[in-house]
Design a protein around this ligand. Structure first.
Ligand SMILES: [Zn+2]
Length: 286
């Protein structure tokens, strides 16, 4: 078992990495780990996570009562407590505002498309928990809906949350989410995003067992999409958007606007573009 002094040093190191990578600005973000069965070691409020020292951490019980420490525990303590209550397997919780992932959270676009094999095997899908005022009781309520089935999620118009079987495991999931968000953004800027087929997604899921990856829930059998605030929230499986295509591992081009690439694909036009098209069509009929 990791000693308390080693865990304090690990929190300092994870905070330093988050700040150095721009996942937090100023005093943003917070980190906690379980300290035995009934206590938590947590970052304090109002400190920059890039410049912490081991003695700054607070020790609380699982109800959030401070047991030790000169400073008060994180303003997002309620969210951390909720995660530990809902997930007895979780040993560490990390919250940050990585800019690209948070951009998706602001745009209301979940990272739930089957795009990267490694993300599918580790995190599955990354949903968006509905907007809640930071540091209030609303935020743990928003997180509760998704935390049973997910090790990582976006928080609408706020940031991201990851959990793990140890502190570095939780932190690496934060890295994976931000990396995935950057890759998704680039693919969408390029105008094409080939998806991994549902059949291949199910094959990848079987690899979880082979590699000993402990996912909190399997990938859902279908891909009912979950638009922000209106869609299905399933506490027992991870909703991944992956088109069925027996025999194909990749399904081309859902975002491409060329009809030959994907005749059933969605295209988006502005009002101005649509009016121009209609006017041209009417003119050609005259
Ligand atoms: Zn935050």
């Amino acid at each position: 078992m990791t000693t308390e002094s080693a865990l304090r040093a690990d929190i300092v190191e994870v905070g330093r990495r988050m700040y150095a990578r721009g996942y937090t600005a100023s005093n943003d973000g917070n980190i906690s780990v379980r300290l035995g069965a009934d206590r938590l070691l947590m970052t304090p409020k109002s400190v920059c996570k890039g410049f912490m020292t081991p003695d700054m951490m607070c020790i609380t019980d699982l109800d959030g009562r401070k047991l030790q420490g000169d400073r008060d525990p994180s303003s997002e303590m309620l969210m951390h407590l909720e995660v530990y209550r809902e997930r007895p397997d979780v040993q560490a919780v990390v919250h940050a505002h990585p800019p690209t992932a948070t951009g998706f959270a602001v745009a209301g676009i979940p990272l739930d498309r089957a795009v990267l094999a490694e993300v599918l095997t580790t995190l599955g899908s990354i949903p968006i928990a509905e907007y809640a005022t930071p540091s209030t009781k609303e935020l743990p309520e928003a997180v509760r809906k998704y935390i049973k089935a997910h090790d990582g999620m976006l928080l609408a118009n706020h940031g991201a949350l990851t959990v793990g079987g140890d502190l570095f495991g939780a932190y690496y999931k934060m890295e994976t989410i931000e990396h995935f968000a950057k890759i998704s953004l680039v693919a969408r800027l390029l105008g094409r995003e080939n998806l991994i087929s549902r059949e291949e997604v199910m094959r990848l899921q079987e690899l979880r067992g082979t590699y000993g990856i402990k996912a909190p829930a399997p990938i859902c059998a279908d891909d009912a999409s979950t638009p922000l605030g209106t869609g299905r929230v399933d506490a027992t499986c991870q909703v991944v958007q992956a088109p069925s295509s027996p025999g194909a591992r990749l399904v081309p081009d859902v975002l491409a606007q060329g009809a030959d690439a994907n005749p059933d694909g969605e295209i988006r036009l502005t009002y101005r573009e649509l009016s121009t098209l209609i006017e041209d069509a009417i003119r050609s009929l005259r």
